[in-house]
Design a protein around this ligand. Structure first.
Ligand code: SAM
Length: 320
């Protein structure tokens, strides 16, 4: 079991219900995740956030924590960059307490930096943190389920949204609005939890459900939901690569690139994969996933050629 402080601060980062379409997944448990009252989502994220409501004493303290978190996910910052956006308008959708806003404001010189979140507590903490850095920013409290984003059409160059869409009861209003505010040709980088991961097949399916008997009676998708952002997190899904691309493409986006970041937590469990493969109780899908792993030249696990076996699926789309 992860220590609470670490579990809460990590965003490990689940088939979809865009437009009410059933998720194209062979796992029947995936379809048990029904839309949830958005009010519950707001309440949850007001109580819980990725810094455990930590306050920062100084810009150095804040920046040290920004770099610490990025180091918990191999490849994350390469796949979800915060540098290279000088002179551009950047929107961090679901900014939480401001981790990546700190990144954009210190590693780039954006012309406009906007954060939107449904959690008032996280927005207050983001404000305090950004002020430490002397950043110029705009923050909005808004739930896209209740209406359009408070941002003009075609005014944003980069939409960044990390660890957010997989927590939404319905991604459709968010994707539609994010496309509306993006300039044609603008970019969107999304991180959503990745189904073909050690997190799902080793940590949830074996370590938790079989060895620790946590959520043992649940389907894999439900057990996953309880393993990521706290056991009471109302919604947490994982996506297969093609499934997420299809969801997003319906809204006027074209996929540009895809890569996966692997958490240090998953790396720390890797040595346990042999015991899992030998365990006849582990479902065949998970066993074959683990038995088929390869490794790249940094010893990071690959689920298949070029696709790492980690929890953070990182997608870059272009607005078309
Ligand atoms: C796991 S946190 C990630 C926060 C931040 N992106 C990060 O990486 O640190 C998920 C965030 O999504 C926000 N969120 C969930 N549903 C939302 C919605 N409908 N509109 C805006 N933000 C939402 C939550 O309030 C929370 O801050």
């Amino acid at each position: 079991m992860l220590p609470t402080w670490l579990r809460e601060r990590l965003r490990p980062r689940p088939p979809s219900h865009v437009n009410g379409d059933p998720a194209p997944s062979p796992d029947p448990a995936d379809r048990t995740l029904e839309a949830t009252d958005p009010g519950i989502v707001e309440e949850y994220w007001t109580d819980h956030n990725v810094t455990l409501h930590r306050t920062f004493a100084s810009a150095e303290d804040s920046l040290a924590d920004f770099f610490w978190r990025n180091d918990q996910y191999y490849r994350y910052i390469e796949l979800m960059p915060v540098s290279g956006f000088d002179g551009l308008s950047v929107l961090d959708f679901g900014c939480g307490p401001g981790y990546d806003l700190v990144g954009f404001s210190t590693q780039s010189k954006p012309r406009r930096l906007v954060g939107i979140d449904v959690s008032r507590s996280s927005l207050a903490e983001a404000k305090a943190r950004l002020e430490l850095h002397g950043a110029e920013f705009e923050l909005f409290h808004h739930d896209v389920a209740n209406g359009p984003l408070p941002i003009a059409d075609a005014s944003i160059d980069l939409v960044h949204s990390s660890g957010v869409l997989h927590h939404m009861p319905d991604m459709a209003p968010a994707l539609s609005e994010l496309r509306r505010v993006l300039k044609p040709g603008g970019s969107a980088q999304f991180m959503v939890y990745h189904r073909d991961s050690l997190w799902v097949h080793l940590y949830v399916a074996h370590e938790r459900q079989i060895l620790q008997q946590i959520d043992a009676g649940l389907g894999l998708a439900e057990a996953f939901q309880k393993s990521t952002d706290g056991p009471n997190c109302p919604i947490s899904r994982s996506y297969r690569q093609q499934e997420f691309i299809e969801c997003v493409s319906k809204f006027g986006f074209e996929i540009e690139s895809f890569g996966v970041a692997v958490s240090a937590w998953e790396m720390s469990l890797l040595e346990k994969r042999f015991a899992a493969i030998m365990d006849a109780r582990l479902p065949r899908e998970s066993r074959e996933f683990l038995a088929g792993l390869r490794f790249d030249d940094r010893n990071l696990p690959l689920a298949r050629e070029g696709v790492h076996a980690g929890i953070d699926g990182c997608y870059r789309f272009r607005a078309v």
